[in-house]
Write a protein that binds this ligand. Structure first.
Ligand code: FO1
Length: 305
């Protein structure tokens, strides 16, 4: 059993390589749900959908989210009704949110809904929401606090980050199978996702960090920071906003209490000894995933003993 902690696009691209090496049914993916957002009365789970669409081969590869070739008629009509349409939801994507919201209203948990979505998309991988409880990552900016997606998409990550709030973390419980998937794994992979609002969010759910510390699995992380910057997304803005250095070492330090090995990019080789001084083994390879071969090679490096 391989278990992965995942956020959005970077994680999904890594997982594409992983499932070329390991049978999908032997992979569990614990996904961040702090980006989940209610819009037009619908429950949207961006990171779950990014992972599911990517592994099902229907994601818009260039954007990394949404469905390839999707149209936006519904969104245009909603705009005519004067509703806010800054979050680009395609017509086929809307079907996922309608399906999810309908089942949630019928009493299904987010985990059960996600299992149904995986079944329909023909996925054998176990996609596990980090929690079934209400959870919202909010970013503190000058004007107050906004939902992560409002910070990142509507306001285009332009605001200075003053802090992050994990609303719901106090009561949120891991969804079923989450802690078991960590305790029973041979390898747990910390995917190249945002260390603050994707991986960091998952770590705030009761019991997850503890399980990572206790598991007999090898815990291997892939640095989401290459040459002082993320490949995609606002990780640098969030790290800097919270007073952290933007580097592979800085991320390794955030995970140091449970990480066995950290995979960093060739360009960051100079950080090897600093990371090893944290008691973490370091592997150096190309971590920038352009082709399928890159993704498979990176997954192979993560799994090699
Ligand atoms: N990201 C954007 O930058 N702009 C969008 O309009 C947008 C829409 C969107 C719709 C559905 C979905 O599942 C993801 C979407 N994303 C969009 C990506 C999302 O904002 C982030 O990539 C994740 O939340 C971060 O992991």
């Amino acid at each position: 059993m391989i278990t992965a902690l995942a956020g959005g696009v970077g994680a999904a691209r890594f997982l594409t390589g992983l499932v070329r090496l390991v049978k999908q049914e032997d992979v569990s993916v614990i996904v961040n749900t702090g980006d989940d957002i209610e819009m037009f009365g619908l429950h949207i789970s961006p990171d779950i959908d990014i992972v599911a669409y990517t592994l099902a081969g229907i994601v818009d590869d260039e954007k990394g989210w949404g469905i390839k070739g999707d149209t936006f008629q519904c969104l245009e009509m909603l705009k005519k009704f004067g509703l806010e349409t800054w979050f680009a939801l395609g017509d086929k994507d809307f079907a996922t949110h309608i399906f999810r919201t309908d089942l949630l209203k019928k009493g299904f948990t987010l985990s059960q809904v996600t299992d149904e979505i995986c079944r329909v998309l023909g996925l054998k991988v176990n996609i596990l929401p980090m929690t079934n409880d209400k959870f919202e990552t909010r970013i503190k900016i000058e004007e107050g606090s906004v939902h992560f997606e409002e910070y990142f998409v509507k306001r285009q990550a332009k605001d200075k980050v003053l802090g992050v709030e994990f609303v719901g973390a106090v009561n949120a419980k891991p969804s079923p199978k989450v802690t078991d998937s960590i305790m029973n794994a041979e390898v747990v992979v910390i995917c190249p996702s945002n260390p603050i609002v994707s991986i960091g969010t998952i770590l705030t759910v009761d019991g997850i960090r503890d399980a990572l510390r206790r598991t007999s699995a090898k815990v291997v992380g892939v640095s989401p920071i290459v040459a002082g910057a993320p490949i995609k997304g606002p990780a640098d803005k969030l790290l800097r906003g919270l007073g952290f250095e933007v580097s592979a070492f800085s991320v390794a330090k955030l995970y140091a209490d449970f990480l066995d090995t950290f995979v960093i990019d060739n360009v960051d080789a100079a950080e090897k000894s600093r990371i090893e001084s944290l008691g973490i083994r370091v592997r150096i390879t190309n971590t920038v995933m352009k082709s399928l071969e890159d993704k498979v090679r990176l997954a192979k490096t993560v799994l090699e003993d």
